[in-house]
Design a protein around this ligand. Structure first.
Ligand SMILES: Nc1ncnc2c1ncn2[C@@H]1O[C@H](COP(=O)(O)OP(=O)(O)OP(=O)(O)O)[C@@H](O)[C@H]1O
Length: 477
């Protein structure tokens, strides 16, 4: 399989050495970089070529009044922008943030910080692409805070939510209603249904939109580090605390904190989180000075938290605190009429600029619509990306789709109305197939991680995947 296309990054900086080294570093990481030395050249490049990310210096010719930032936010709002400056100033930082930048870094930037920021911005940009190119130039930046810009803020927040089915229309209506309240929101739904996309839309539509949207992946924070990551610590407060560290909750002050995979939060961490939510105050490790924050919590899980509560694995009091508003996101198979729309959306976003690929054949679209999508929108996106790498004509055919969509594989259990109509063996086979697709989707095609979660050896899982004709590589980003 061909590798997916490289992300295209435009770097604008008037320091030649910085420009050259940043370009080289990012190229070595596999990105496609275009380097320019002033704001006008950057504006020109943005008009002439499609980019996935803009890295921009602040003080350079043509940008004294942040012209590049303003132009890029008003005409190319879907291209995330990372500001890198050697001359930090509070007013420009505030103005940049108001304009909706993805990150603000100070020179000299460590390679790992730069790469982390680039990867984050590209990941988040997946959810901020406009529906059509025409809309791109008409969409205003999401951060204009006054009431007259409300309509633009709304269209921008929803531009990333593709779907015209009844479940999606109901969902967008709910989002609009809850955005302005300060109530905590619990989003449930299968993996890849768009919980993070929805959380972000709620944030963008809320009065908090100019402040950070802080993502905390509960699976990535070990119980033992939970307090230090969330609340912060001072140097020397524990072994390994080599410098002062601000907590993620402090960084989310006035904004929204999004707890992803909340169901995975260990019980010990749940107690600490509950205290912080109840009091909106916590004490960073090694200090005795409490810090108060004002942040709204949006949490997401693909587990049934109510069941987790009943099983004693999730605190009931924390559940009630966080699930003040509960939104269940529909699966893709529950809104299969959106599949052609989504498939074409991903095709337009992911095809190389020089490509002549126009769309899908009727049969390919039918296959896409009849497939149950256990990995939901993420899986659909991966399928389109893979097809784009394989297609040799201007139309994506059934033969460009992965085997799981080409073959007549077991009907997934969720699509069978009366389970007793099939044999026990067929039911077990379907359940196993569905489980494996979900597992491998969740771990983005990583076999070792999937095997660990399933309690299998790597070889054991490999064998199972082969038997079910599932290719892990097709689930990798
Ligand atoms: N309504 C939508 N329109 C277009 N793209 C969407 C939509 N919802 C989700 N996506 C895309 O689908 C992918 C998965 O979305 P997201 O990460 O929000 O799902 P999730 O439910 O949070 O997944 P997980 O439970 O695995 O964390 C992303 O590429 C996102 O951009």
């Amino acid at each position: 399989m061909k590798r997916p296309r490289q992300a295209r990054i435009l770097i604008a900086d008037d320091e030649p050495l910085y420009l050259q080294t940043t370009g080289e570093l990012l190229r070595n990481e596999g990105y496609h970089c275009t380097c320019v030395s002033d704001a006008n050249a950057a504006i020109q490049a943005l008009q002439n070529e499609p980019f996935d990310l803009l890295l921009s210096d602040l003080s350079m010719p043509g940008n004294m009044k942040l012209e590049l930032l303003k132009e890029s936010r008003s005409k190319h709002a879907h291209v995330p922008l990372i500001v890198i400056t050697g001359v930090p100033s509070l007013p420009t930082a505030i103005e940049s943030i108001r304009l909706g930048i993805a990150d603000y870094l100070l020179k000299p930037v460590k390679l790992e910080d730069l790469l982390g920021s680039v990867q984050r911005a590209l990941r988040q940009a997946e959810i901020s692409a406009p529906k059509t190119t025409t809309e791109t130039s008409e969409t205003s930046p999401p951060s204009a805070p006054n009431a007259t810009d409300r309509i633009n803020v709304e269209s921008s927040a929803f531009a990333e939510i593709i779907g015209e089915s009844k479940p999606m229309k109901d969902l967008t209506e709910i989002i609009q209603r809850v955005a302005d309240s300060n109530a905590n929101v619990l989003l449930t739904g299968e993996s890849g249904t768009g919980k993070e996309v929805i959380a972000k839309a709620i944030h963008r539509l809320s009065a908090r939109h100019a402040a950070p949207f802080q993502v905390i992946d509960c699976t990535a924070v070990p119980d033992s580090l939970f307090e230090s990551v969330l609340f912060g610590h001072i140097k020397g407060s524990f072994t390994g605390a080599v410098k002062d560290q601000t907590g993620l909750l402090t960084e989310a002050d006035k904004g929204t904190t999004f707890f992803d995979e909340l169901g995975e939060l260990p019980l010990g961490s749940q107690a600490k989180l509950l205290r912080a939510i109840q009091e909106q105050t916590f004490t960073p490790l090694g200090t005795s000075k409490p810090v108060t924050v004002d942040t709204r919590f949006i949490c997401a899980t693909n587990r049934s938290l109510a069941n987790e509560v009943d099983a004693g694995r999730f605190r009931r009091d924390l559940y009630y605190r966080l699930a003040v508003i509960h939104i269940d996101i529909p699966t893709l198979r529950d809104r299969s009429e959106d599949i052609p729309l989504l498939a074409n959306h991903f095709l337009k976003r992911l095809r190389p600029p020089e490509s002549n690929i126009e769309g899908f054949s009727k049969e390919a679209l039918e296959r896409l619509q009849s497939y149950p999508w256990p990995g939901n929108i993420r899986e659909l996106r991966n399928v389109v990306e893979r097809a784009l790498a394989l297609v040799r004509t201007s139309t994506i055919e059934v033969s460009d789709l992965p085997q799981t969509l080409r073959n007549d594989l077991p009907t997934p259990l969720s699509a069978i109305q009366d389970l007793t109509e099939i044999s026990r063996d067929e039911a077990m086979e379907s359940a196993e197939h569905e489980y494996l697709i979900k597992l491998i989707t969740k771990h983005a095609g990583n076999i070792s991680q999937s095997a660990r979660q399933a309690g299998l050896s790597r070889q054991g899982l490999d064998k199972l995947l082969k038997r079910h004709k599932i290719r892990a590589a097709e689930f990798r980003p």
